[in-house]
Design a protein around this ligand. Structure first.
Ligand code: MRU
Length: 361
């Protein structure tokens, strides 16, 4: 066991089959440092909100549903030392914590959805004494986690119906157990179809610049015994054409009311390729990713990342010093290019405005 940077942060490595990317443990958050994968399975435990914020900003914890779960647990870290404080002090800390977590990453709807759930607990129980309120917040955070696990199972079941025997699937970024509280979204569909006995082959985009596909998806699928082949992002068109790809499935970070979907940069490219090659393009996400306050994807805030992730990725400079870099973390796929949205409430088909309305009611 090593002692990490933060005062309360302790880290240790271990090798287990089950992936548990985050958990609430003894009043602290224990999480898998995804930046160290695939070389090292390294877990950290902290009671400190600043450590959790840093883990989110540095993508040690990432993936839209997991960010929601992390935000819920982050709220607990922010207030846990104020359980004996007067109610107004506790509530002030609660509001400050929610505001801090909301500033970490702007695109994933799930993060804000989870914060709203925590705020609703406070709104509905404002007369409770502080320890009782804290206990209710703990229960809510655990429920956010457990419900995400169930949502993943439902997405897996609905989505597996779309996957024929011997399917060849292309996916992007990481949407598996590492990105969620359960088996994953797009990857949950793949693992469910595999568990049903279907023979599946997967091509995983490496996902520049942070290589979530290479480091995380390839690792997870290989570990699950699924036939996975890693490709560079620029190999996608040629792979679709020459390897008889049956469909493309990705996750989403935020889905507008009309079905426009933000996901990892490069997803839009794939949707265009799917249209050109007349294959289905599916997005898999829980309804907690849908944001009906946004009419179209144009209103989705797209996070921009630092230039070093492109020009000096993984510690080695690969572009001239001071080069200008444009590095959006996400793009928006227009709804016209999406064949179906696979949610925990079922498979939504166009016109998405209507099908989304019907599940959100
Ligand atoms: O920047 P990241 O790694 O958090 O981006 C993750 C993605 O874009 C995923 O595809 C998305 O969150 C869906 S995860 C089930």
């Amino acid at each position: 066991m090593q002692v990490g940077s933060g005062a309360d942060l302790c880290c240790f490595s271990e090798n287990k089959m089950m992936i548990q990317p985050i958990e609430w443990k003894n009043g602290e958050v224990r999480f898998l440092d995804q930046k160290k994968l695939p070389e090292e399975e390294h877990y950290c435990q902290t009671g400190n909100l600043a450590d959790l914020e840093e883990a989110i900003l540095k993508l040690k914890i990432r993936g839209a549903p997991l960010l929601g779960i992390a935000a819920a647990y982050g709220v607990l870290l922010g207030v846990r030392d104020f359980q004996t404080a007067p109610s107004e002090v506790f509530l002030k800390k609660f509001n400050e914590t929610c505001a801090r977590l909301a500033r970490t990453r702007p695109t994933a709807k799930n993060l804000f959805w989870a914060l709203e759930r925590m705020k609703e607990v406070v709104r509905l129980n404002s007369k409770d004494d502080v320890p009782t309120l804290f206990e209710k917040l703990v229960r809510e955070a655990l429920a956010v986690h457990e419900e995400d696990r169930q949502m993943c199972d439902a997405i897996g079941k609905f989505g597996a119906e779309l996957i024929p025997e011997s399917a060849v699937i292309l996916t992007h970024c990481n949407t598996g157990a590492l990105a969620t509280g359960g088996i994953g979204t797009a990857q949950g569909i793949i693992t469910t179809a595999h568990a049903q006995g279907k023979t599946i082959s997967v091509f995983a985009d490496e996902t520049r610049p942070l290589l979530q596909g290479a480091r995380l998806t390839a690792w997870e699928l290989q570990r699950a015994g699924i036939n996975v082949t890693l490709i560079t992002d620029s190999t996608a068109a040629w792979t679709i054409r020459t390897k008889k790809v049956h469909c493309i499935i990705t996750g989403a970070d935020r889905i507008a009311a009309n079905g426009d979907s933000a996901n990892k940069i490069g997803t839009y490219n794939l949707a265009v390729l799917a249209k050109e090659h007349s294959i289905p393009f599916y997005i898999a996400a829980p309804v907690s990713t849908i944001d009906t306050t946004l009419t179209t994807g144009e209103e989705i805030v797209i996070e921009e990342r630092g230039s070093e992730e492109v020009a000096e990725g993984f510690g080695r400079r690969t572009a001239p010093k001071d080069i200008k870099v444009f590095s959006p973390a996400f793009d928006v796929t227009p709804h016209e290019l999406i064949t179906a949205l696979v949610t925990d409430k079922g498979i939504l088909r166009p016109p998405f405005f209507q099908s989304i309305q019907s599940v959100m009611r």
